[in-house]
Structures are given as C-alpha cells and as structure tokens.
Design a protein around this ligand. Structure first.
Ligand code: 3PY
Ligand code: MG
Length: 254
C-alpha cells in the first residue's frame, strides 16, 4: 500500500508521464486521473493552493492510479514536510541552483539519519496506523530538483552528485527567462542546456525530467528520444483552455 511505482519505473529507465494541477480542486485530480497518467503534481508554486487544499486534491487521485506529487512552493524544510505529511510521494523542488540547495531538499524529505524530516501521525501514515510501513517505504519518495536557471545548468554536475537526488526536472520557461529569451524554449541555447543536463544525469544515474508543453505525438516522442524519463505533459488550465476554445471555434468558426 505504501509504494511509489513511478520511482520503480525511473530506476528501470522507463519513461513516466504525469501532468500538472494548477486549478486546485479535487475534481481536476479525478478527471486527470482518468486519463491514465503515472503521476500528477499539484503546483504549489504557481497556484493558490495551500497545504489543506493539497490534501483534498490528492484525495481525488486515491485508488485511481496516479502517484501524488507536489511541485513545492519553495525549497523550505517545513513546506516540504507538511506536503509529505499530507501524502505526497514525490517533491519537485523549484530553483535548485547548487549542490547545497539540492542537499537541503533531500534533507527535508528524508527521515534521520539521512535527513531531518520530523515525524508524527499524519495523513501519509494513515494517522499512525501505518507508521512502521510508511517509515520503511518512505525511501521511495521521489526527490526531483528543478533546473531552471543558468546557474543550475552551470552547476548541474555537482547537483546530480548529491546523494538522495533522484532526478532533475527542467523548467523551460524559467530557464528561458534566465537566458534572457523569455518563452523561447526552442532556441539553440535551450537545446544545449537540455543536452548538458541529460548527459550529467546519465553519468550520475539520475532521472532526467522535463515539463513539456506541446501536445503532439511527434513532439512528445522527440522528448522521449532525447532521453527524458520523468515527463510532465501540459497543465490542467491549458487543457481546459484548448478544449473550450476548440469547441467554441468549431461552433462559430471564430
Ligand atoms: C518552468 O518552465 O519554469 C516551470 O517551472 C515548469 O513547470
Ligand atoms: Mg519554473
């Protein structure tokens, strides 16, 4: 019952596909779960969801398949602890720019002696009823650090060398900002950064991840061919936007 099939997939070198929840309602988790995603991350950085909302949203995934993850709002020990206590099986930590920051994220996730996560009865361990089992399985909680600045790309070798970092998740939009080319996620400098991160991950045996926003078969295949394993497909809000606009356009020709 306490396990993380996404981590298993990544360790086996198989791609896993997830998506992003920015419309913070359990119904969205229920609907996206029906699509078959391996995991779903609630975006705590760019939505107005708080911890109690997080618990409600991931209740919408329970028994439906996806592993609940959180893109946490910041690399903060207590923020991470509270989302894990709520039941997250993976954290995606924004703006990790050096080994020290990567270590901080790992420490927040792991119980002593590896880390400093505090323990208590919480939703994650069925309010204490699964205390021992959860403790044993908690090593499977996924730690994905985000590479989304030039500095992070420059320091990627030392970041992936940090014990307990499971993988690196690239944020193309912030990275494009950092390179001074806002929103131009396909420029050569971005491809070069992706190649550098992929090579570092491969060498260190860590899972490379990417937030991908173009929902065509060819474009998703090219991301898989590039070597990414932890792949976030789109965002709930964009799915609603695309579907609703297409419906209106089909009806009116506008
Ligand atoms: C980015 O593109 O900056 C992201 O954070 C994607 O999730
Ligand atoms: Mg970002």
């Amino acid at each position: 019952m306490y396990c993380n099939p996404v981590k298993k997939k990544l360790l086996e070198g198989r791609p896993s596909f997830g998506s992003w929840i920015q419309v913070p309602h359990p119904a969205v988790a229920e609907i996206l779960s029906g699509a078959g995603f391996d995991w779903l991350a609630v975006d705590m950085e760019h939505s107005d969801a708080g911890v109690s909302r997080y618990s409600d949203i991931i209740r919408g995934m329970y028994g439906r398949g996806p592993v609940p993850m959180a893109r946490v709002q910041e690399n903060d020990t207590l923020v991470i602890r509270r989302l894990l206590d709520a039941g997250a099986w993976g954290v995606i930590v924004p703006m990790v720019n050096c080994a020290q920051e990567a270590k901080k994220a790992v420490q927040a996730v792991r119980f002593p002696p590896e880390g400093i996560r505090g323990t208590g009865f919480a939703r994650a361990n069925d309010y204490g009823a699964g205390f021992d089992e959860y403790l044993a399985a908690s090593r499977d909680i996924l730690v994905m650090v985000m590479c989304e600045t030039m500095q992070s790309v420059d320091n990627i070798e030392e970041i992936v060398a940090v014990d307990g970092v499971d993988g690196v998740f690239m944020g193309p939009y912030d990275l494009s900002m950092s390179y001074g080319i806002p929103g131009k996620t396909n420029e050569p400098v971005m491809a070069k950064a992706r190649a550098k991160v992929l090579a570092a991950c491969k060498k260190a045996g860590k899972a490379p991840g990417l937030h991908h926003f173009t929902m065509t078969k060819e474009s998703i295949q090219s991301v898989i061919d590039e070597g990414f394993l932890f792949i976030a497909l789109g965002v709930d809000a964009s799915f609603i936007q695309a579907g609703s606009r297409a419906a209106f356009a089909a009806a009116t020709g506008k």
